[in-house]
Write a new protein. Structure first.
Length: 502
């Protein structure tokens, strides 16, 4: 009942005219940027982060929520019409949505994706309302060793899941941890990695790092592989679903959140895994298995619902533990820090108006997303015709203006370009960007918790594993690290059994 009363108060905040306006602007901006090829939700939020500096915190985060969900829907539009996923979570939408579009059913694919996002987001946000306060109340008792163990788990889980290899994931994490070390040591006051530059004494702003790695790195990468013509978009009519389509999709919309929400809440890399799992499940349960790979509407509806529910799941761990499990959550955590707000167990007590206003705005944003994007789908396809040189030149311009707005110093633009070159190099050698961003944000906090835990135990390493929670977390870390080796060993034993030809 307390959660319900708090949520009703949150609706009172979210439904004020000014906050409704920010939610609508967020949905429109997020969708417009998300529709553009190669720009996912994380890059959209990072690019628009400086825009919200003049807003009060509640309005800013309501706008962020709209950008987040709008960009996710926009990425699906690009996948379906251009076969160009704006982010990894939209890859599955391209697998079935693009064949549907080529077969003249692009409108139905877009409608299945839009309603899937709506259903998944609604169910996921309801679960957020129910579970987040409980998680927060339990998290109050978590000490320094537990927090450090959670952060180590987040580091290992994210680097294990993303990228073409674990080595590349760990390399990306080390880049992020190194960037997080720049500045003054919080305990001793010693300068670290500042190279004598006074401008680096306060460290590198997380916004500059996020914009540099995502926006500048992506723009440079596209420029290096630029094709003169933009992708040819498939014309689309007004999205609608017939009775036969609804009969095939409604169960998929309800099944998606059951997979998406739990994976979003744990540090497992976001929506990529649940969307693929949802796709596999829909293929197994479908009565039209022969259509998969050729344009099965269930293959769009289920994964898109799972992706949207996963986004709500990420907010559970971000708001209650201060633990970002996706790139967007990492950028939003940076935004919280810009306002001097620290997400964690006490956030629901210290900032109830902000938190419940944000959660209520997710419901409002879902309705706005569906109401605005179904009629506007033909308009979004026209954005796909912008020539890429103009598109990425604009991205570089807005990224530079945003970075300059952070501190008002030209030195920040030099740092932005250097980090952008690092982002370009990471893409060149197949290093995932998310571990670097999470390493930058969580690295200093992990260091602080590690030092606190060691101080409490008088420098003894046993102080890091003196609670059941930390022992469990390290056991999961060990399992993640040894899993590939265990798979190889079990595979060899299976191949070496008598009668298998070995």
């Amino acid at each position: 009942m307390d959660s319900l009363n708090s949520l009703l108060d949150g609706f009172g905040t979210a439904l004020t005219p000014i906050n409704l306006l920010w939610a609508a602007i967020g949905v429109l901006l997020g969708t417009a940027i998300g529709v553009l090829p190669g720009i996912g939700p994380a890059m959209a939020v990072a690019l628009l982060l400086p825009v919200t500096y003049g807003l009060e915190p509640t309005g800013a985060f309501i706008m962020f929520a709209g950008i987040y969900y709008g960009a996710m829907f926009g990425g699906s539009t690009t996948s379906i019409l251009l076969n160009t996923p704006g982010e990894s979570a939209a890859v599955v939408a391209a697998m079935e949505g693009n064949p549907m579009a080529k077969a003249g059913r692009g409108a139905q694919a877009l409608a299945a994706a839009a309603v899937g996002h709506f259903a998944g987001g609604m169910i996921g946000t309801i679960l957020l309302v129910v579970l987040a306060p409980t998680v927060a109340s339990l998290a109050v008792d978590i000490g320094a060793p537990d927090y450090f163990a959670i952060m180590v788990l987040a580091f290992i889980a994210v680097t294990s899941v993303l990228g073409s290899s674990r080595i590349r994931g760990l390399a990306s994490l080390l880049i992020g941890l190194t960037l997080g070390l720049v500045g003054l040591d919080q305990m001793t006051g010693q300068q670290r990695l500042t190279f004598g530059a006074l401008q680096l004494a306060d460290g590198i702003d997380v916004v500059i790092i996020a914009v540099g790695l995502f926006a500048i790195g992506e723009a440079l990468w596209v420029a290096a592989h630029l094709r003169r013509s933009s992708g040819e978009a498939i014309p689309v009519g007004r999205p609608w679903l017939g009775r036969a389509d609804l009969k095939r999709t409604w169960k998929s919309w309800l099944r998606g959140p059951l997979i998406g929400f739990p994976f979003g809440a744990i540090p497992a890399g976001g929506a990529e895994i649940p969307t693929f799992l949802s796709y596999v499940m829909e293929k197994r349960l479908s009565k039209h298995k022969d259509e998969f790979g050729k344009g099965a509407i269930e293959g769009v509806a289920g994964p898109e619902s799972a992706a949207s529910a996963s986004a709500a799941g990420t907010l559970v761990s971000m708001l209650t533990l201060g633990l970002p499990t996706t790139a967007v959550a990492a950028v939003m955590l940076a935004a919280f820090q810009q306002y001097g707000i620290q997400p964690g167990p006490l956030l629901f007590e210290r900032e109830p108006d902000l938190v419940w206003g944000l959660i209520a705005s997710l419901f409002v944003g879902m309705v706005l997303l569906l109401a605005l994007n179904l009629p506007l789908a033909p308009l979004w396809t026209r954005l796909l015709r912008i020539p890429r040189p103009y598109l990425y030149a604009g991205i570089l311009f807005f990224a530079a203006v945003g970075a300059y707005a952070v501190g008002g110093e030209a030195f920040d633009l030099v740092i932005l370009l250097i980090i952008g070159l690092i982002g370009f190099g990471m893409r060149r050698y197949g290093l995932p960007v998310l571990p670097a961003v999470i390493g930058t944000i969580l690295g200093p906090a992990a260091e602080q918790q590690l030092r606190r835990a060691l101080q409490i135990s008088d420098g003894s390493a046993s102080g890091l594993v003196n609670t059941p929670f930390s022992v469990t977390a390290y056991a999961v870390v060990l399992l993640l690290l040894l899993w590939p080796l265990l798979k190889k060993l079990t595979g060899r034993r299976g191949n070496g059994r008598p009668g298998t030809g070995a």
